[in-house]
Design a binder for this molecule. Structure first.
Ligand SMILES: [Zn+2]
Length: 225
């Protein structure tokens, strides 16, 4: 199973989990055409798309999937009775509530080829602890230390998104011998430093750590490298 980043951050989020026959899309925040091109126009591989919340950088293009008959999982539409779990192809997906300024959900995803994975963005923190995770995809938006004390938008920046120390605590609490990969998501253009964030995360866990950027590909294998 391969993880691919087609966009991460406030300009548009989209990640795919892909094997030979199936693709699960996480977030519909980049144009559908970019996803089609990434899949060599083989869109029949897409078994579904899961979307965390209604903000444009995550949900702007969800209608394009619906128009093309792709099943969409949008638990944030709380006005519509929606089950909190769904199976798309070989992917088993469960939604869990996050802490953002609009209803927002993270996803616990399992597949026989990759084991278990948690995806969480955008959120101030995660209330839950998970057993035996194999992969963690987690927002690591900013560092308090990188925001100037006098920044006029300081409190706005610090609301609804995950600070480095909070992400590190989540990694420490969910670290386990079967953890294989960590990808840090949705970094702020101004208030983050991918190199420092990755180095800090590597001190919290014993597995490989990446910063999500357009074009990143990670093999989500279950066995050790
Ligand atoms: Zn958001």
């Amino acid at each position: 199973m391969k993880f691919r980043c087609l966009g991460s951050g406030s300009s548009g989020n989209c990640y795919i989990l892909e094997n030979d026959s199936e693709v699960l899309v996480i977030e519909a925040g980049v144009p559908f055409m970019i996803v089609k091109k990434a899949l060599d126009f083989n869109i029949s591989k897409i078994v579904g798309v899961v979307v965390s919340h209604s903000h444009g950088d995550h949900a702007k293009y969800v209608r394009d999937y619906e128009r093309n008959g792709v099943p969409t999982f949008k638990p944030y539409r709380e006005e519509i009775a929606c089950p909190l779990s769904v199976n798309y192809g070989g992917f088993r997906i469960k939604g869990f509530r996050l802490v953002h300024d609009v209803p927002c959900y993270g996803f616990y995803i399992s597949h026989v080829e990759m084991g278990t994975l948690v995806y969480a963005s955008d959120t101030e923190y995660i209330k839950y602890r998970f057993q035996n995770l194999n992969h963690i995809l987690i927002e690591c938006n900013y560092s308090r230390e990188l925001i100037p004390e006098d920044a006029v938008n300081r409190s706005h920046v610090m609301t609804g998104h995950m600070e480095l120390q909070t992400a590190l605590e989540f990694l420490l609490v969910n670290n386990n011998p079967n953890l294989r990969s960590v990808v840090l998501l949705h970094m702020s253009a101004r208030n983050s430093d991918p190199e420092i964030f990755v180095a800090e995360a590597k001190r919290a866990v014993q597995c490989s750590v990446w910063a999500a950027e357009k074009g990143l590909e990670v093999d989500l294998r279950l066995m050790s490298f």
